[in-house]
Design a protein around this ligand. Structure first.
Ligand SMILES: Cc1ncc(COP(=O)(O)O)c(C=O)c1O
Length: 398
């Protein structure tokens, strides 16, 4: 908090409310929204000073904006990183950092369990551009040794997402960062599901953290956004190169909405975690449910690692009803869970990957990821958990 009296080390709730940025001349309680595409100068001497970095200032909205910078500073403070660059969506952020890293080294390593959009970017952009992909499967014994063997000075980065979308695989970030470090390869972590409130990848050894800010950071289902956080020199290069010239700039209004949404991020995460735990427990005892994937359940394969590297188990879970007709019917009968992709909103959302997010994949491809025909993914919202459980019970038993 660079403009605050530094006699306190604020906690995440305080940081999210008392954000850092330029003093507003009118001392407005809420951060001002600089809804402008460009910035003016009284003369060219000031242009020179701003462009030489001798004076703080903004030139053009694609390069930076004070409202967006306030949001970026907050994300850096929460993640414990030096600098953040905001983007127009999570994919804007992920594509920019992957393009940046693969400019100098032609190989990358990815886990098989990964958000479908990231996988599509690999298949539709990185591979056609000549990037060699090393896939590893963190669900298999010996994945660490296998990954170590594949890394070399040609590897641009190891990428990971934990818990992963939609199968909720937990990856041991301490172990993964050790493997990446001993090969001299940076580790990029997608922290969308956990948020910096529940998990801090940089403290666990990662070099770069990305987010779909569309999800929990925004938290109200009313915007798209993304972030990349890392060391200052890398982030300055990313901002100046892909940040400015690929054009996926976060709008000032969405930055302002993000600042508003993030005031309640720590409180919302507590409620999402509590609701998801209650629902996971209910589902795990229901006779119609074949399997439940939630790292908060003691029997979950990711539980031990999640309990060590996360402060809470998050608001996402998935479960299977065995066959696809049952899954589609049960989801359609629900009242409070809306059928929709996306996640992290106050409203509970449910989706059937075989019908929606992973529809383009073959059934065999889905099965290899752990998505069987009856698999449903749930984003537990902020409603009363008892209402959500009654809704699920009614839909399952109708
Ligand atoms: C884990 C994860 N990363 C990245 C993204 C992409 O974010 P966006 O939709 O904001 O581009 C998503 C979207 O669902 C996601 O779930």
């Amino acid at each position: 908090m660079k403009n605050k009296k530094n006699y306190l080390t604020p906690g995440p709730r305080t940081k999210c409310i008392h954000t850092s940025g330029p003093e507003d001349p009118w001392r407005a309680l809420t951060p001002p929204l600089y809804q402008t595409s460009t910035f003016t100068f009284p003369d060219f001497d000031q242009v020179d000073r701003v462009l030489k970095g001798e004076e703080e200032g903004f030139v053009y909205g694609r390069m930076g904006n004070p409202t967006t910078e306030r949001f970026e500073t907050l994300v850096s403070e929460l993640e414990g990183g030096e600098k953040t660059r905001a983007f127009a969506s999570g994919m804007g952020a992920i594509s920019a950092i992957l393009i940046h890293l693969t400019k100098s080294r032609p190989e990358m390593a990815f886990p098989k369990v990964l958000y479908g959009g990231t996988r599509a970017f690999i298949e539709k952009y990185l591979i056609p551009q000549g990037c060699l992909i090393h896939w590893f499967d963190p669900r298999e014994e010996g994945w660490g040794e296998e990954l170590s063997r594949r890394l070399s000075p040609k590897t641009a980065a190891v990428f990971a997402e934990t818990p992963s979308n939609p199968v909720m695989t937990v990856i041991d970030l301490g172990r993964l960062s050790g493997i990446a470090k001993s090969a001299g390869v940076p580790l990029v972590v997608d922290n969308t599901f956990a948020t910096p409130i529940l998990q801090k990848p940089l403290a666990l050894g990662a070099d770069i953290v990305v987010h779909s800010a569309t999800k929990y950071l925004g938290g109200h289902g009313d915007l798209l956004g993304g972030t990349v956080t890392g060391n200052a020199s890398l982030m300055e290069r990313l901002s100046f190169e892909e940040g400015s010239y690929l054009g996926a700039t976060l709008s000032p209004f969405h930055s302002w909405l993000l600042l508003r949404g993030m005031k309640t991020l720590p409180l919302r995460m507590e409620a999402h975690c509590r609701g998801a735990m209650n629902i996971a427990e209910f589902l795990s005892h229901h006779p119609m449910v074949k399997s439940v994937h939630y790292p908060g359940l003691p029997g979950d394969p990711g539980h031990k690692v999640a309990a060590l590297q996360m402060k809470g188990f998050g608001g996402m879970l998935s479960f299977s009803l065995g066959d696809d007709q049952k899954a589609r019917k049960v989801a359609s009968r629900l009242e409070f869970f809306k059928i929709a992709v996306s996640l992290g909103d106050p409203e509970s959302l449910i989706e059937h990957p075989a019908s929606l997010s992973h529809r383009q994949m073959s059934p065999e491809g889905r099965m290899a990821l752990g998505i069987d025909p009856g698999f449903l993914r749930v984003s537990v919202g902020l409603e009363d958990p008892e209402d959500l459980i009654l809704d699920l019970k009614r839909a399952l038993e109708a």
